[in-house]
Design a protein around this ligand. Sequence first.
Ligand code: UT7
Length: 329
Amino acid sequence: MKRPYAALTGTGYSVPRHVMTNDDFAAIGIDTSHQWIFERSGIVQRHIARDGESTCSMGADAARKAMAKAGITSAEIDAIILSTATPDRLLPSTAVDIQAALGATRATAFDLSAACSGWLYGLTVAEGLIAAGTIETALVIGSEKMSAITDWQDRSTAVLFGDGAGAAIVRRGDGKRGILSAFMRSDGALAELLWRPSGGAAHPFSLPVLEDRSSYVKMAGREVFKHAVRMMAEACDRALDGARLTGKDIDLLIPHQANIRIIEATAKHANVPMDKVYVNVNRFGNTSSASIGIALDEAITSGRVRTGDTVLLCAFGAGFTWGSMVVRL
Ligand code: UT7
């Protein structure tokens, strides 16, 4: 049997109701401006979780929408794979909370940690489980409450991130639609360019950790930018080669939404014109592993892509991790 083994049969997304604009940073004492943020990143606003909104609640909401569009009930789900860098707690996984919230009692559920690339990693794992015959139906979610790990005193990172969740149902396909190629890669030697130094088992929470703010996200922005452009280019090449396609065959490129300049460089490299590139970083900021799922669901719901269209998905993130996928919808 050859690819496609598995198809994306329904998508959904969820974001918190509260919107924070670039101008709102002044009110919390951050020395920045709409002009600086927009020119460097393309971001205009982001959604930020409020009381009661969590990685679980956003993920479960996105999942319910994806299940409704796929026309399935939670009883049909065999596996729930949650990509998150912001689990609601460290033990047990947040995926099991989502399982309980959905009542998906037949499923196995686990978290996957690959930062912004995690949703594509999750889809690839689901595809593998389906191809092996281990499962029939997976729910793959990227859900991130980035506001919980953002240092709201650090202007170089606070302006970039947003909260949200994207989800897809992945099922054994009909042999025509589905995942045509997938690529994943990591480079742990670059881990400290984008990381949370403390708060894990090596340096658990303590008073000094709280005081030196080392449990929040730290990022060497310029270095990350350079690697991101290189990794996104490689990711596109590998997924296109794997599907024996070129950029000209792609109906829509959906890159991870971190920065409009990285998105433009990626599109140029992949030879996809910007009118075939999905951009919503202006409205959501960087929602880490939720970003591609949110964008894909928006693109499908708005009619920007239809059944039979070919989409190229690509991502990079902390780790570093990077990955890509060509999907026939
Ligand atoms: O999912 C992966 C997530 N990460 C990324 O994708 C990030 C990749 N990197 C980037 O997107 C860009 O590097 C940034 C948007 C983060 C920053 O843009 P940059 O052009 O690389 O700026 P920079 O970090 O080199 O900073 C330039 C200046 C600095 O001032 P000086 O030293 O030149 O006087 C910063 O202190 O801008 C200053 N700055 C700010 N000014 C106003 C940094 N953050 C801000 C801010 N508002 N929010």
